[in-house]
Design a protein around this ligand. Structure first.
Ligand SMILES: N[C@@H](CCC(=O)N[C@@H](CS)C(=O)NCC(=O)O)C(=O)O
Length: 223
C-alpha cells in the first residue's frame, strides 16, 4: 500500500491529486506545519533525512522529491496513463515541465516569499531601513524580472497547446500546478495572463483535484 506523507498547505497536494487521477488506493499520513515557523514537524525526518514533504513510502521503498515521486508512481502504477508516448515531442515537453516546475519556476517564488517577509516582518527598529532596502533591491533587480519572464514564457507555451506537454492532460500539468498556484498568490499571476488563468480554472474543476483537496485538508498557499 502506498503511503503519502502529506504536509498541510504544501506541494504534496499534487501527489494526492495524481493518485486520485489514476484511481490508485493510498494511505494518507498527515503532518502539520509549525504555526510560527511554517516548517515541517521533526517526525518527517524519520521518513526521509531531509524532513520535507512530499515523501511516499511503498513496499519498503521511500521516494522523495515531487518530480521523482510522480515518475515513480507513473512507472509503477500508471500503465501508460498521464504520460505521453516515449520518443514523441510530447514526451520531451513532458520531461521539460516536470523538471522546470521545481528547478526553475519555484526558486524565484521561494525568494519572493523570503524577501517579502524580510521587507515587512518584525525586527529591531534600527535594522528595518537596511533590511527593507536590501529586500527591495533584490526583488527589483532579480526576483520580479525573473518571475515576469517565466510567467510570459509559460503563457506563450500554453498558446501552443491546451496543456503543458501537448493536447492531452498529463502529470506534467499536475507538477506545474503548484508553481502556478503559488504565482497566483505571490508571483503576480492574474487574469491578465489568460492562458495560465484558464489553466488554473480548469484544473480546479477536475473531480480528481477536488477529491484530493477533500482528502488533504486545508490548502492555502503561503503569501
Ligand atoms: N523540491 C522538493 C521541495 C520539497 C519542499 O520544500 N517541501 C516543502 C513543502 S511545500 C516542505 O516540506 N517544507 C517544510 C520545511 O521545509 O520544513 C519537492 O518538490 O519535493
Amino acid at each position: 500500500m502506498i503511503t503519502v506523507h502529506h504536509l498541510n498547505n504544501s506541494r504534496s497536494q499534487r501527489v494526492l491529486w495524481l493518485l486520485e487521477e489514476l484511481g490508485i488506493p493510498y494511505e494518507l499520513k498527515k503532518y502539520q506545519r509549525d504555526a510560527k515557523t511554517m516548517l515541517a514537524p521533526p517526525e518527517l525526518t524519520k521518513v526521509h533525512p531531509l524532513g520535507k514533504s512530499p515523501v511516499v513510502t511503498d513496499n519498503g521503498i521511500t521516494v522523495a522529491e515531487s518530480g521523482a515521486i510522480i515518475e515513480y508512481l507513473l512507472d509503477t502504477y500508471g500503465a501508460g496513463r498521464l504520460v505521453p508516448k516515449a520518443g514523441t515531442e510530447e514526451a520531451r515537453r513532458f520531461r521539460y515541465w516536470l523538471h522546470f516546475a521545481e528547478g526553475s519556476a519555484m526558486p524565484p517564488l521561494l525568494l519572493k516569499l523570503i524577501f517579502d517577509r524580510l521587507e515587512t516582518g518584525p525586527m529591531p527598529f534600527f535594522a528595518k531601513p537596511i533590511a527593507r532596502g536590501i529586500a527591495r533591491k533584490v526583488k527589483g533587480l532579480m526576483i520580479e524580472p525573473n518571475l515576469k519572464r517565466q510567467l510570459d514564457f509559460m503563457e506563450s507555451e500554453l498558446g501552443r497547446s491546451e496543456w503543458f506537454a501537448g493536447d492531452e492532460f498529463s502529470a506534467a500539468d499536475i507538477q506545474m500546478s503548484f508553481p502556478l498556484e503559488a504565482a497566483s498568490v505571490r508571483g503576480g499571476l492574474d487574469e491578465k495572463r489568460p492562458k495560465l488563468w484558464a489553466f488554473l480554472k480548469n484544473i480546479h474543476q477536475r473531480p480528481a483535484y477536488l477529491r484530493a483537496l477533500e482528502k488533504g485538508g486545508k490548502y492555502e498557499l503561503l503569501r
